[in-house]
Design a protein around this ligand. Structure first.
Ligand code: KIV
Ligand code: ZN
Length: 512
């Protein structure tokens, strides 16, 4: 008989800790809604004590999202646990997830606590969390590098204190699949009480083993897997949700395990997360990369035409990918545009739908044919716009002069919270000159880290898609993005959108 594996999604917590992936509250709610449609069992919605923005996001998700358990993270300290409860208590099914590091290196260097002191803190934290909530998860952080005997002592103590889920994290992605599975088997042998709670795993991908380690742990008896959409997360990321789920589904004969995931929502969820976090998906990424179901070699194409099973172990439709079969032409209506966007996981309100359709039509009038990627870029641009009250900086105008044998010069007019400011600059190229002009006006401690320009489709009239990354004085990273026919204007708008995000974060509107 198949066993049921719980999918614990931490895209909004560990995933959001990916550098440059900060999401605002509205974006987090959109992702949480989609995760609920996808059928995840638990959503880890954030780390409420980390910032007022995080607290508010967890609180709103707890209030609005029905279905999955809504979980918040808390260190094993009273302040965190109390704050976490205040945020998750509105959920139908709330959970507090508390953790403390147990490896020698973390205890000695970070916590400066003895083994006994760590157990006392862990037990106290679990009891405090249980005083609020029946569903309490505990993680011995850096379990992958903790002596197995001591890890078992900690787990025994927290189960006795009332933890209902025990999560074993490979925090730094250090372990190998057989070794990690062995740790889970030993846990069941040495702590028989572990059979009365849910044993979960949480693997990071530093050595590229996150999915393999999680699946090995499932074979060893774990029944909850923590993962992120597209495998995003701290450093090299967490185990990828779609890879875990499709391994369990495709190789059910091997794992004899099922999830509650509606796999047809995977592709859409993946696109939504990529678009909102600004973290692109490699074309060859398993399950959700654009090439995952494409066949280039003649011999493969021939085989697939005879029988798909020759080279395809999964159906593209099973992950919600229906091919690039909608072509948008001059006469395509709103319906064609919206059904393409729906397929790609874009959720638009009426006004946004109207604006996307108008822009697509305007482009079609100029360009004759508009490609799928043009439509996606336009929608992404409109959806990525900050609400009016968060647009402190607005681009009022700019000029750029360049030419052979001339130093590019630029001037820019910005409106910052109602005040008009003008800057000028010279640079190595037109964009460099323009950014120097912007930086003559704005906070110099914010730096431009990355500037990426992509032509959406071929041709000299292609839309320009610019994405940038900025870093503020506290090392926080912010992304900005803009799409326009004018490549220089797209650059200026992307920089301004990043600056607005940085400004909102320092005003406490969003998290860095
Ligand atoms: O990687 C880790 O150890 C974590 C814990 C908080 C579970 O994210
Ligand atoms: Zn983690």
């Amino acid at each position: 008989m198949s066993k049921r594996i719980l999918i614990f999604d931490t895209t909004l917590r560990d995933g959001e800790q990916s550098p440059g992936a900060s999401l605002n509250i509205k974006e987090k709610i959109l992702i949480a809604e989609q995760l609920s449609k996808l059928g995840v069992d638990i959503i880890e919605a954030g780390f409420p004590v980390a910032s007022p923005g995080d607290f508010e996001a967890v609180r709103q998700i707890a209030r609005q999202i029905e279905g999955p358990v809504i979980c918040g993270l808390a260190r094993a300290v009273d302040k965190d646990i109390d704050c976490c409860w205040e945020a998750v208590k509105y959920a139908n099914k709330p959970r507090i997830h508390t953790f403390i590091a147990t490896s020698d290196i973390h205890r000695d260097e970070k916590l400066r606590k003895s083994k006994e002191e760590v157990i006392v803190s862990a037990v106290h934290a679990v009891k405090r969390a249980r005083s609020y909530c029946d569903d309490v998860e505990f993680s011995p952080e850096d379990a992958g590098r903790t002596s197995v005997d001591y890890m078992c002592d900690v787990v025994r103590a927290v189960i006795e204190a009332g933890a209902t889920t025990i999560n074993i994290p490979d925090t730094v992605g250090y372990t190998e699949p057989e070794e990690f599975a062995g740790r889970i088997r030993t846990l069941f042998e040495k702590v028989p009480e572990a059979r009365n709670v849910v044993i979960s795993v949480h693997c990071h991908n530093d050595l590229g083993n996150a999915v393999a380690n999680s699946l090995a742990a499932v074979n060893a008896g774990a029944t909850q897997v923590e993962c992120c959409v597209n495998g995003i997360g701290e450093r090299a990321g967490n185990a990828s949700l779609e890879e875990i789920v499709m391994n369990l589904k495709t190789r059910n004969d091997y794992f004899q395990a099922d999830t509650g995931i509606n796999t047809r929502e995977l592709y859409k969820t993946s696109r939504l997360v990529s678009r909102l976090t600004g973290l692109e998906i490699a074309r060859n990424k398993a399950i959700v990369g654009r090439n995952a179901f494409a066949h280039e070699a003649g011999i493969h194409q021939h085989g697939v035409l005879q029988s798909r099973a020759t080279y395809e172990i999964m159906n593209a439709e099973d992950v919600g990918w229906y091919g690039e079969n909608i072509v948008i032409g001059k006469h395509s209506g709103k319906h064609a545009v919206l059904s393409l966007l729906e397929e790609e996981g874009y959720i638009l309100d009426n006004e946004q739908s109207l604006r996307v359709t108008e822009k697509v039509k305007a482009l079609a009038d100029k360009n004759k044919s508009v490609e799928r990627d043009d439509v996606l870029a336009i929608a992404m641009d409109i959806l990525g716009e900050l609400p009016e009250q968060e647009q402190h900086i607005k681009l009022e105008g700019f000029t750029v002069t360049t030419g052979s044998g001339m130093t590019p010069t630029a001037s820019v007019k910005l409106n910052i919270d109602g005040e008009e400011k003008i800057g000028a600059g010279v640079g190595d190229g037109p964009i460099d000159a323009l950014s120097k002009a912007v930086w003559q006006i704005i906070d110099p401690s914010v730096q431009l880290l990355e500037y990426n320009l992509k032509a959406i489709t071929g041709g000299t009239d292609a839309l320009a898609d610019v994405s940038i990354k900025l870093q503020d004085a506290n090392g926080r990273i912010f992304s900005g993005r803009a799409v326009h026919e004018d490549v220089i204007k797209a650059g200026a708008m992307a920089i301004i959108s990043g600056l607005n995000r940085a400004m909102n974060a320092s005003n406490g509107h969003t998290k860095g």
